[in-house]
Design a protein around this ligand. Structure first.
Ligand code: ADP
Ligand code: ZN
Ligand code: MG
Length: 507
């Protein structure tokens, strides 16, 4: 029997507004002491009234537009009832039948060897709702509640069941994260809970020609407690295996079920079945007016989205696809890279010895310069930043200084060892690279004055090599160059060194 997975995702995105969804409390409770960013509204005191955060609404619409959704003329809020200590009102304000966005899609591109190198995922809807409080299970069997997160703005994005593998789900979430960061509505960090994902999965029996044998989808399992990309991939893979085995033993799942991912054990565990599912008793929220989105949706503009951005980076700077991907996925990185490239271009055009028009000059050099820039930025600079807990936002190295640094490497004024020392200094102290090079004497040694005494000493201390060379064994020159490099910590200019050595040995 041939089986194919059917997967759909539900993603909760924490919107990075200044204040909470329905009150003026700070939305940065995550970093504050427990129960300090709270008020009577977000702790559900009787007699309080919510008022909608306009920024959250705009972010919801902006995301909807970025996902090619229809933004309807009207939307409203509804009460979703459930009783749990993380929800002080006894209901969550959410959106039921009139969400802020629906019927969208995203195009996903994977590597050419993937079963589907490119595919579209339908976005069913995106709706606004408030977050719940955080429960802290203390070791002694009691549970504490931190209401700082209560009523933080969330956008829930629901996809159609369009994924055919765990790898596709991961590629989609990666693109979703890039979009959310690009349009600046969320930090979308899964490990920090800024982006939380439930994955729904069922199996479908297939004909040999790849068409479905089952006319409808089968009952699904909703997977919870997925806290990383890796957890999502592992949990889906596990669940596909588990359900497939049920089909093979002629006991396919008969009812829908919610299962939790146990990361330590690497298994999913049943939490509840559809028969005992909650009845949320949705009804319109009477304390919030219905929304007219007609003016608002026109007023919101979008920046260049990840896919377009990647294509442009590839076009404009001849960037490799992987490098373009990495840049786009890191907040603020594309802007930084483009400033560096524009500095490098200006520097290139100002060099006296260059010929040709500015365009010709750029065309000749851009590939090499962009490779140099991404090479140093993505590996060395980001590595150092991670080591020192520095983000693009807190980085002291200006694009001007980074471009100057790259120009020193490009023109061989510094070697790779010196460059790493200089980069570290720039990162920690924000100084400009030429100064560091001079202060620390890290520049390449190419003057005869500086090199001649060293070369003289090397020859004196290695009489055997010198004699061999003079006897016609030219290859020993390589050893002598090597010794000079070692003595100068790699700073000796190779060509000048070679010339001086020959001169000295042959006199
Ligand atoms: P529920 O009734 O549990 O709320 P929905 O129809 O609202 O289910 O769908 C929730 C999510 O589950 C969506 O992402 C949807 O694509 C996905 N989904 C729905 N049915 C299936 C199925 N049979 N197999 C896999 N995923 C499904
Ligand atoms: Zn509040
Ligand atoms: Mg649903």
């Amino acid at each position: 029997m041939k089986l194919a997975p059917v997967i759909g995702l539900e993603i909760h995105v924490q919107l990075k507004t200044k204040s909470k969804m329905f009150c003026a409390c700070s939305n940065e409770g995550e970093t504050a002491a427990p129960n300090t960013t709270i008020c009577p509204i977000c702790t559900g005191q009787p007699g309080t009234l919510p008022s909608l955060n306009g920024e959250a609404l705009r972010m919801g619409i902006k995301t909807g537009r970025a996902l090619s959704c229809t933004i309807p003329d009207h939307a409203k809020f509804d009460r979703k009832s459930y009783f749990y200590p993380d929800l002080p009102k006894g209901y969550q304000i959410s959106q039921y039948d009139l969400p802020v966005a629906e019927h969208g899609s995203i195009l996903i591109e994977m590597e050419a060897t993937a079963p589907r190198p490119s595919f579209t995922i339908g976005i069913t809807r995106a709706h606004l709702e408030e977050d719940a409080a955080k429960l802290l299970h203390l070791g002694d069997g009691t549970t504490a509640v931190d209401y700082n997160r209560a009523s933080s703005p969330l956008l829930e994005i629901v996809t159609d069941p369009d994924f055919t593998s765990p790898a596709e789900a991961k590629a989609f979430l990666t693109e979703m994260r890039a979009i959310l960061r690009t349009i600046d509505v969320s930090d979308a960090d899964m490990e920090k809970g800024h982006m939380r994902c439930d994955a729904n999965v069922s199996m479908r029996r297939m004909n040999d020609d790849g068409t479905p044998l089952d006319p409808h989808f089968n009952p699904k399992v909703e997977l919870k407690n997925l806290n990383s990309f890796r957890a999502i991939e592992r949990a889906l893979a596990y669940e596909i295996e588990r359900q497939s085995a049920l089909f093979h033993s002629n006991t396919p799942p008969a009812i829908s079920e919610t299962r939790g991912w146990n990361d330590a054990r690497g298994v999913t565990e049943s939490q509840r079945t559809k028969e005992s599912a909650n009845d949320y008793r949705y009804f319109p929220e009477p304390d919030l007016p219905a929304l007219d989105l007609r003016k608002l949706r026109e007023a919101i503009s979008l920046p260049e989205l990840p896919r377009a951005l990647r294509l442009r980076l590839k076009d404009e700077y001849a960037l490799a696809v992987v490098d373009a991907r990495i840049l786009v996925e890191e907040q603020g990185a594309v802007a930084y890279f483009e400033q560096v490239m524009s500095e490098l271009r200006a520097w290139l055009e100002a060099l006296p010895e260059n010929e040709g028009t500015r365009e010709e000059l750029w065309e000749t050099h851009k590939t090499k310069l962009s490779k140099l820039a991404t090479g140093w930025m993505l590996s060395k600079l980001w590595g150092l930043m991670a080591e020192n807990n520095i983000t693009t936002q807190t980085l002291k190295i200006t694009p001007e200084n980074f471009a100057e640094f790259l120009s020193l490497i490009h023109t061989s004024k510094i070697n790779s060892t010196a460059a790493q020392t200089i980069l570290r200094e720039m990162l920690l102290h924000g100084k400009d690279p030429s100064h560091i090079m001079e202060d620390k004497q890290l520049g390449q040694m190419e003057s005869t004055d500086a090199l001649a005494p060293i070369i003289e000493r090397i020859v004196r201390e290695n009489p055997k090599l010198a004699a061999d060379y003079r006897a016609g064994k030219i290859v020993v020159l390589k050893s002598l160059i090597g010794l000079t490099m070692k003595a100068t910590e790699g700073r000796a200019h190779p060509k000048v060194t070679e010339e001086l050595l020959k001169l000295h040995l042959e006199q």
